[in-house]
Design a protein. Structure first.
Length: 319
């Protein structure tokens, strides 16, 4: 491993993040503490010309300061393949622009950069749909663009959760009960009248005790999980939607789910992921820009950022 590790970070505008909660900032702080050189990119800084992926980079210094958490240097063009590591931390929506960015990062990986997570896996692992690879872990789940399918699924279960496949942060998630007069308009909205796929899941009452975020580093989980307990007037276990954070130990069922999912993610080059568990059921596999690092360290005793940078260092040594 070179004496100075050069790390590129592709993310949303750093000025717009919430520094107290942002997991990407936690990763950057730990990388900087280790003496790594940080290069900051937004999506519109990346390009391919004559087959070479390059980026308009700005060196960045970060601080754990809620008022001034970053300083950017002047722009310089960098061949993305010349960087040791590139972290793809752009938040969803997972749209065509996101996919185009993964193509550029794939070219960088082919030229020598360690891209985390693997670009092909970012494209292949839809965070909602991928639980279909683990039916033994998940509640009864339907992915469809048919409103009739959704109505039949609701009639079968009596109470379901429906959500889009491309969102994040609890947006556009609905709990629908049999007899709800809004059911049809919800199905129409999510499927855009049978033209867009969406997800329906059997409702899990244990959501009232929290939606557990389990962070995985190279397929392994720490001993603590972040439970996000919905507000009394909401069904969503998302901190951004007002859920309360609570640290809990990993249960035996949690460990079993990790042992089902973790090796598959490791094999696919996913070094950092966040799986969501409600009660005894896996509900999502998040691989784009999972969060929860700051809360696990603030309220518990787990330093995921350090474990993540250890895993990166091990990957670089293995090369």
């Amino acid at each position: 491993m070179a004496s100075t590790v050069r790390v590129g970070v592709v993310m949303d505008p750093i000025a717009s993040i919430n520094p107290a909660k942002d997991s990407t900032l936690a990763m950057m702080l730990e990388a900087q503490r280790r003496g790594f050189e940080l290069h900051y990119f937004e999506q519109n800084d990346l390009r391919i010309r004559r087959g070479v992926a390059t980026g308009s980079s700005r060196r960045v210094r970060v601080s754990d300061d809620p008022l001034r958490w970053y300083e950017l240097g002047p722009r310089e063009d960098v061949a993305l393949g010349s960087l040791d590591v590139i972290l793809m931390r752009k938040d969803p929506p997972f749209d065509t622009e996101y996919i185009y960015t993964t193509y550029m990062l794939e070219r960088a990986a082919e030229c020598g950069a360690l891209v985390i997570n693997r670009p092909a896996s970012l494209r292949d692992i839809n965070e909602k749909a991928f639980i279909g690879w683990f039916p033994q872990c998940a509640p009864d789940t339907l992915i469809t663009r048919s409103m009739a399918d959704m109505r039949a699924f609701l009639a079968e279960h009596g109470e379901i959760v429906v959500k889009p496949l491309h969102g994040m942060g609890g947006r556009s998630i609905f709990v629908v009960r049999q007899g709800d007069r809004n059911a049809n308009v919800i199905f129409e909205t999510l499927t855009e009248f049978d033209s867009r796929h969406a997800m329906a899941q059997k409702y899990i009452p244990e959501i009232r005790q929290g939606d557990k975020r389990i962070l995985l580093v190279d397929g392994e989980a720490p001993g603590e999980v972040l439970a996000r307990v919905p507000a009394p007037d909401d069904n969503r276990g998302n901190l951004v939607m007002g859920a309360a954070p609570e640290i809990r130990p990993l249960t035996e069922r949690d460990r079993w789910i990790v042992n089902q999912v973790g090796p598959v993610l490791r094999e696919r080059g996913v070094l950092f992921a966040g799986i969501d568990v409600i009660g005894d059921y896996l509900t999502e596999v998040n691989v784009t820009s999972p969060t929860g690092i700051r809360e696990l360290k603030k309220y518990g005793s787990t330093d995921i950022a350090s474990a993540f940078l250890d895993a990166i260092a091990a990957k670089l040594r293995a090369r």
